[in-house]
Write a protein that binds this ligand. Structure first.
Ligand SMILES: O=C(O)[C@H](O)[C@H](O)[C@@H](O)CO
Ligand SMILES: [Mg+2]
Length: 391
């Protein structure tokens, strides 16, 4: 039996060039505030956490987290690492419960569950490396020849700019695209028109033989969404994502029950019970947890089973290897989100500047290798000059 010897957390603070948010960019939860202030602060994910779990034999498993990295680092260093060091990584279910129950008073959502996720992902990468198998082979194996992906960008900008981006994306063979709305309740009827004009313009470029998903990032409310759904229906969106704040589960359920456009969400939900609650209430037609938030691979795989029982597809937020392996191993995970590799704007792009080995989409699909152990990523220092790394 091998034991976990140490856990090393690092915060990677991007100091390199960034692309400022263009146009109206994306609605978000801050839009409801009277003082608009810097709503784009919601989008400055310009930090990432790496979490390396080392076994006694020197094998290292790599986990990560993108939410509040400096705070999650402190939580791991001070609270979670002491619970995990000395344990056998193959006792991952016990370790998970230990982390969850020992910090339950404050850790079952948000920062705590994000910390648990980072450690759990590292443990699964470590287990894969120790048995020389890819993580998806430990979860259920290959359920797809390759993974279909959707192009996820198209933030709100001028119509010509968005149409140009869509035309460029089309050249890469994607069969599905996600766009962001830039207008919400504070922009009134004229904002609705701006939203609708951009969806229509994207359909003009993309046609109707590909999927188009629409993202609100918690920037609308139930009233506004109820008014928008009938206007959006003719554009045949595959889903409308996070129309309201994550805690308004009843609002989700009311909108989803209208049956006009499937409502998706879950990237800001945490834990098996939290996601089961979304499913039990019919709040989402597509569940979108992120494995580096929801509780890691251990929790995500349990949620996948519950979602399958409800026959609700799971399409995790963000792509990236910690999600791709679950999509490959579950028939109820039909496609993956894919952030194309671009200059750093939102911060979702940072994954490519910290890790090498993340799967790249080709002609709208990505592939995982049957023989690469673990998650198949390593930390690279290729872009270290653009980071301040906090040990
Ligand atoms: O679904 C997504 O990709 C997330 O909501 C994005 O990461 C966020 O930046 C809004 O686009
Ligand atoms: Mg989203």
């Amino acid at each position: 039996m091998t034991k976990i010897k140490s856990i090393r957390t690092r915060v990677w603070n991007w100091t390199g060039p960034t692309v400022p948010p263009q146009g109206n960019f994306c609605t978000n939860a801050s839009d409801a505030l009277w003082d608009k202030g810097d709503a784009m602060a919601s989008f400055r994910f310009h930090q990432w956490l790496t979490c390396e779990v080392e076994a006694e034999d020197g094998t290292i498993g790599i986990g990560n987290a993108a939410l509040a990295p400096t705070v999650v680092k402190k939580a791991i260093d001070d609270w979670y690492a002491p619970l995990v060091i000395g344990e056998d990584p193959f006792d991952y279910a016990y370790i998970w419960e230990k982390m969850y129950r020992r910090t339950h008073a404050w850790g079952r959502k948000g920062i705590g569950m994000t910390a648990i996720s980072a450690i759990d992902i590292a443990i699964w990468d470590l287990m894969g490396k120790l048995v020389n198998k890819p993580v998806f082979k430990l979860l259920g194996g290959r359920t797809k020849e390759k993974i279909p992906v959707y192009y996820s960008k198209l933030y709100a900008d001028s119509i010509p700019a968005m149409q140009k981006e869509a035309e460029l994306a089309q050249k890469h063979g994607y069969q599905a695209y996600k766009s962001r709305f830039g207008y919400g309740p504070k922009d009134g009827m004229s904002g609705m028109r701006e939203n609708l004009k951009r969806v229509e313009a994207l359909r003009e470029v993309l046609g109707y033989d590909v999927d188009l998903m629409l993202e609100c990032y918690m920037g609308w409310n139930v009233d506004y969404t109820k008014r928008m759904l009938p206007k959006l229906e003719k554009f045949e969106p595959r889903w409308l994502e996070e129309p309201v704040i994550a805690e308004d589960v009843n609002g989700y359920a009311e909108l989803n029950a209208m049956g006009i456009v499937p409502i998706s969400g879950g990237e800001h939900e945490f834990g098996l019970i939290g996601c089961t609650d979304l499913l039990r209430k019919g709040a989402v037609s597509v569940l979108q947890y992120d494995t580096n938030r929801v509780g890691g691979i251990t929790a995500a795989q349990k949620i996948n089973a519950v979602a399958e029982a409800f026959q609700v597809p799971v399409i995790p937020h963000a792509g990236q290897m910690h999600n791709y392996h679950l999509t490959m191993a579950n028939a109820n995970c039909p496609i993956s989100e894919y952030f194309p590799v671009f200059d750093v704007e939102v911060g979702n792009e940072l994954f490519y500047y910290i890790f090498k080995g993340d799967a790249e989409a080709v002609d709208g699909y990505l592939q995982l290798d049957d023989d690469t152990p673990g998650l198949g990523i390593e930390i690279t220092e290729e872009h270290i000059a653009n980071f301040e790394v906090i040990e």
